[in-house]
Design a protein around this ligand. Structure first.
Ligand code: PGA
Length: 249
């Protein structure tokens, strides 16, 4: 059975002190749902976060990584470095990486491959822009993104892949996809995985929705059959709303 997952993408927010505070607040709030909880602080706070959460069920993820083993890539972080500070999950392909740092499908494919080689779990993000949706091209865009970066993987790699559908027009805008729009896309994505691989892989892959998920809309979105959780930005920056979303399952 696939897992329900709620992951908080902190983006470029929270210095060390704020990271410690938010983690201690998260630990305090009771988790009543079966969802796996992941937080993704910024690189410099990953070590501290993984130490603080050692005894907790909350997992820590990185927001990005480089595709190379090591070398002359000033400012970059390798998979092995992440593993060295206790990180086993990485977010790849976030729309902000695609938009502001020119990450395209072929670069992301390299990153995914490196993560697989080094046994990292990948939360792979993709989603259409508003212009794609308004031109009724959103299914094609999503299919292309997944196909280009993931459909060369071996069957066994899929145990380490979590998909995150994030329509770009819904990220940080307060404009959420309707639960029906999310469900339609998630069912389409699961169908693509089934066509490319098989029904067991398709049934077992968790597909998260991201884009303006808040405590007051989480339950309705997570209630949809093919929505297995959320990737949360703004609402992950405070413990109470984030745990309300976690407990919406
Ligand atoms: P948001 O961000 O919840 O603030 O819309 C989601 C994301 O970027 O993953």
């Amino acid at each position: 059975m696939r897992k329900n997952i709620v992951a908080g993408n902190w983006k470029m927010n929270n210095d060390l002190a704020a990271t410690k505070t938010l983690i201690s607040e998260l630990i305090e709030i009771e988790k009543t749902s079966n969802a796996e909880v992941i937080i993704a602080p910024t690189f410099v706070n990953l070590l501290e976060a993984s130490k603080l959460l050692k005894e907790s069920s909350i997992k820590v993820a990185a927001q990005n990584m480089h595709f190379a083993e090591n070398g002359a890539y000033t400012g970059e972080i390798s998979a092995r470095m992440l593993k060295g500070v206790g990180i086993n999950t990485v977010i790849l392909g976030h729309s902000e990486r695609r938009e502001y740092f020119n990450e395209d499908d072929s670069l992301l494919k390299q990153k995914v491959d490196k993560a697989m080689d080094d046994d990292l779990q990948v939360i792979f993000c993709f989603g259409e822009k508003w212009e794609d949706r308004s031109a009724d091209n959103h299914f094609n865009v999503v299919e292309r993104q997944i196909n280009n970066a993931l459909f060369h993987l071996e069957d066994e790699n899929w145990k380490s892949i979590v998909l995150a559908y994030e329509p770009v027009w819904a990220i940080g805008t307060g404009q959420t996809a309707s639960p029906e729009q999310a469900q339609d896309m998630h069912a389409f994505i699961r169908g693509l995985v089934e066509k490319q691989y098989n029904s067991s892989i398709a049934e077992n892959v968790s597909i998260l929705y991201g884009g303006s998920v808040k405590p007051d809309n989480a339950q309705e979105i997570f209630g949809k059959k093919d929505v297995d959780g959320g990737l949360i930005g703004g609402a992950a920056l405070n413990a109470e709303p984030f745990m309300k979303i976690v407990n919406a399952f």
